[in-house]
Design a binder for this molecule. Sequence first.
Ligand SMILES: NC(=O)c1ccc[n+]([C@@H]2O[C@H](COP(=O)([O-])OP(=O)(O)OC[C@H]3O[C@@H](n4cnc5c(N)ncnc54)[C@H](OP(=O)(O)O)[C@@H]3O)[C@@H](O)[C@H]2O)c1
Length: 401
Amino acid sequence: MSVYSSSNKKHIAVLGSTGSVGTQVLSVISSYPDQFNVVGLTADSNWERLLSQSNEFCIEWAMLSDQDAKKEAFPMFKREGIDLLESNENLKLRFNQGKLDLLVGCSSGTEALSVIWKALKDGISVALANKEILIVAGHLLKEAARESGAKIIPMDSEHAAIDRALRSIGNHHKELKRIIITSSGGPFRTLPKSDFHSVPMEQVMDHPVWKMGQKITVDSATLINKGFELIEACVLFDVPMDRLDVWIHPEGYVHGAIELTDGHMVWVLSNPDMCFPIGYALFYPDIPFKPKSRFVPFGKRFSFFPPDEERFPALRLARNAFSRSIFSVIWLVGANKVLVDSFLRETIRFVDIISYLEQIMEKVNYLEQLRTDTVDSVQNLLDRVDELTRAFLKHKEINNL
Ligand SMILES: NC(=O)c1ccc[n+]([C@@H]2O[C@H](COP(=O)([O-])OP(=O)(O)OC[C@H]3O[C@@H](n4cnc5c(N)ncnc54)[C@H](OP(=O)(O)O)[C@@H]3O)[C@@H](O)[C@H]2O)c1
């Protein structure tokens, strides 16, 4: 018998529960107490919030990645009878001990790669907001899911919308012509290129539509987030890059669309609120039954523009990286992370993020003989890219992997 309750509830664990998406996932779950049972939560260092969430949802286990936070928090979790796991390895063992129906991946970065891969390998479906993981190791995650029968369910708003649109055409996928991913354009949609060098941190962090974690907010301002989403769509939906378009849609109501061979389009609209993609992924393959709000079009403005790739070269960088090789994609994701960290620590300017990324992507020699056929080998490459990008920031020279 399962170590969890024998009810018909879906048993869920959330990686990165203390973050922007993680807290919204728990908020959606709390609206459906009869449907879901949260059994485990993880965070990096914010143990106070993790403890409060753990108590609210009566979970069995929790994990903190940060060693100091773990040490500090241990007595408090023990007092509450919550098992504070030592490491990712202990977490992976939990997958075999009882029935977990769904793992929600919404931690930032790529730290959770091996955990998510192991869940899929063990037949546990994963609802994934954490796009970086899918981008650098989609080949491994999809293989694990294929072998075990688990499902990778999109929780990124654009991809959940596209998945919804594709489901609406049932078995008619041969009628799919193009996929459209929308973007608000970020806070600098209309800013002249000459002003990019002087934008202050507050403006970068002030996204016009979404309130999100720091890294994705910066990625949305450079538009590399949209580049990542193009790669994410290719991986999730098995479509070639040349059948994907990006539309700038500042109002943020249309999240994704598909164009059919007969010229019709299916657009997916909702108010811009993460509760829609989160509900979609949590209930999958069922459909949520209590929408938080109804979309009312009257009086709303809808506008669409093509992206300006002169001012925002990030889309081109992502397309080029994807067409070149998985090594190139690993460089793109790994180097961008270091550059965004440096911007957030105010050691480089906003304009430097993409300018340095372009220089790095141009100079790197992509050695195809390196391995990417295991999660450890991908993680090793990411660690090495991290090191080399930090060295680049010091010496403005890039060495090969
Ligand atoms: N925010 C959105 O609306 C949105 C929408 C679509 C997709 N996404 C994607 O979802 C992911 C999370 O975004 P977010 O905005 O929610 O980020 P966030 O607010 O920064 O939250 C990140 C979460 O991950 C945890 N974390 C960070 N580093 C970790 C590590 N080394 N080990 C374990 N946990 C770690 C954090 O814990 P602490 O709190 O302890 O630091 C926090 O719980 C990203 O991949 C992002 O691209 C976000």
